[in-house]
Each structure stands twice: as C-alpha cells, then as structure tokens.
Design a protein around this ligand. Sequence first.
Ligand SMILES: [Zn+2]
Length: 467
Amino acid sequence: MNRNIKFYNSLTRQKEDFVPLDDHNVKMYACGITPSAEAHIGHLYQALIYDIMRKFLVKEGYNVVYARNYTDVDDKIIAKSNELGVPASEYAEKMIEEIDSEMHAFQIGEPDIWLYATKTIPDMIKFISKLIEKGKAYPTPNGDVYFSVDKFKEYGKLSGRRTEEALDGVRIENDEFKKSPLDFALWKSAKEGEPYWESPWGRGRPGWHIECSVMNYVTFGEQIDIHGGGRDLLFPHHENEIAQTESLTGKPFAKYWIHNGLIRVNGQKMSKSLGNSLLMKDLRKNYHIEVIKLALLQNSYHTDINITDKLFEDAEKHLYNFYKVLFEAQENFQKCSGEDKKVEEDFDDAMRDDLNTSKALSYLFNIFKEAKEKVAKGDESVSATLNSVIETYSLLGLFKEKPKVFLDGVDRKNKADIPDEIKALAERRWQAKREKNFALADSLRADLENLGYVVKDTREGYEISKA
Ligand SMILES: [Zn+2]
C-alpha cells in the first residue's frame, strides 16, 4: 500500500496531499538559527523535525534538496560582539562552529545546502533594487529601504491577520519616513560602530525578512515546495517573506508552509531573561541523545512541548526498557535476523499522516510490550520484529546505540545520581537482611520508597534506583 504523504499546510489551514511542483523533486527550506548565543533545545527541536521530514521524503523516493540558513548578521550579534570587543563576523563564525558541533553531537543530518546571510548581500541588493523599480518598496532620505505593505494585496494570507490586526504583531519602529506603520525594513542604514555593506542607498545591512527571500531565490529560483520554521516565525517573518518574493515573481512562493510547535519549560516560554534556556550541551550531559529525541518526538510536531524533568526521566525509563528487551533478545537468541514487514508499514503509515511521530512511537510501545513477553518465553520469532524496529526507527534517530552501551550508561548515571544518605540507608537494609532481621529490612525498604527510591535484590547483591 502506498498512500500519499499528507502535510498540514499553514497557508490553506488544512492537511493536504503532498504533491511537489516538479514530479519527485522537492525543494525544501527551513529558517535557521541566528548565531547570537549557544544553541538550546528549541533550536534542536526545529532542526530535528526538518531533518526527519527530509529523511522520510527521501525514504519515500523523493529527490530532496534541503537548505538551511544562518542569519549571521543581526542586532544581538552586533551587541554581543561589541561587548566582547571582537568583529561581529568573527563572533558569528565562532558561534556557528559551536552550534554546528552541537548539532553534530546530536546526530542531526547536515542540510544539502548551507546558506549564510552575509554571503548573499549582493543578491539582496539586486532583489531590493528590483522591488523599488516595481514600486513595491521605497528608499528613505536617511538610507533605509522599506517594503510597501499596501502594494501587496494578499498581505496577511498566511497568518490570517488583516492589516489592522497585523499592527498588533509588529514592533512599531519610529521612523518619520515610513509611509505606513506596517511597512518593514528591507535595508537598514548603518549606525555608528555597526558592520555595513555598500549599497545604492548608502552603507547599511539587510533586514532579516529579505535575507530568507533572497537566499531561497538564489538557491531554488522563484518557487519552492516546502518552507518550514517554528510557529513563532509565521508572523511577521514568513508573511513578509511571501510579500517580498511574490511581489517580485508574481508566483506563489512556497507550496507548503509548515510550522513546528514551540518549546516551553515548566509551562513558561523559554527566554534568556527568564534564565530557563536549556542548552543543547547541558542536555547532552544529563541524558543520552536518544532519550532527548524520544521525549521530543512523543508529541505531534505541531503542538507545543512543555519540558519538565519528568518528561526526560520518563523517556529514559521507556528507552531503557526497550534497550533491555533488545539486549536480552541478543543474549538469548543465536541469530538476530529476518524482518517483520508490519513494523515498517505501520511506521510509514503514521509518518505519511503529517509526520505523526506520536503515532509511530505509540506502535513502538506496543511492539516492545509484546516482544518482552516473547523474549521471556524464548520465542525466537521476535528477533525479526526487533530487527525491523532497529532498522525502521533509526529514521527518528533511535536504536543506534549498542544495547549494552546504552544500558550501562544509564545505570552508571543513575548510580552517580543517588545521594550518599540514600546509599547508606540501602546498605543498612542489606545488612539487616543478611542478619535475617527482616522486620528492620522491610521498614528500611519502606523508608527508601517514601524518599522516592526502589531497592531490588539481585544475584550480586542489590540495586537501587529512583522510583
Ligand atoms: Zn526565514
């Protein structure tokens, strides 16, 4: 059975069959990172989703060209580099290197094409000049260039905001030369101490929105299939990208506008000022990258994710149990071969339905529930299923580790996490048991449970873990 892939298109506000503009060739762009600080879980989530989307499209037989960009010049980068007394370009380069290496550590696939705003400036100047020629944009006497929103009749078609509503969403910049408050900057004249490029309007730099329009245009031409980004970019960023590109080309820019949900931490928006940014490098210290991926992919990519410690702890427990089944199957059965077509079929069906990783993972829970019983019974037929699981779910970045390595890693970490007083209690319980003082042993076990720890006797002694 080969069903069509369906994607939820923000532009039409419905799930649609995915039919690329040109046969099986897919042009895909996702707005990338502004390298003004270290990468956090929001960056990871966005990169993960579009990496999976690309991989799944390739699996389904499409020729995908996937481009991502770095917005490597911006107010925050300039402020940060001034603070450190280094050129903005040097600071941005260093941050990009760090972010790239984090993405690499999380095994996020590289896009086919990397784009950098600062390497596309001459094309941006050409693009803006054409918009001015067409009467869609205007320069001001102080060297800025603005896009004239009322010259683009379809403005608001993506966000559904009519122009007066849209005003609530934009930062009103005080500029006496702006013809309408909704007009946005395509080119900004350089202030003292800012990096600049020469242009027909004087020294300056591009506005953020024009960068994505132009990087797309020079990479892919007038139209693309998929334009992705976080939902926070839908307005005004993507609305403005549409206005700029379509004003120039007269054609629909992207056929499918796709937006991933946002990350919240303990119910709050993540922000530097709240001090609750979860950096990728810190996450990686606390959890295996597959645990983090499992936690993030349990939702549909549209919904916002609320990050709590429990979310990762639960994901770790689940993945630990999965790996345990894999480990035991490997230990007990001579050969681990064969395949179970249903595993892959169910996975593909879920993924074709708007990349429903939540559904794909729910299958995984059922598979392992059954597999656990079969392994316990010595039913070797389960190895085919488990083989297919490893193969199929690698698309989500799971089961790439050797089971023993994964299990040992979690065990080691959990042992290290147990406070000394808990270890001491567990040791006293063990002594009591050896002295056959079972009443004391039981009461110490109850104490440990009240404190949130479980103690389990093993062949070698005992194990203690968080409940
Ligand atoms: Zn963008």
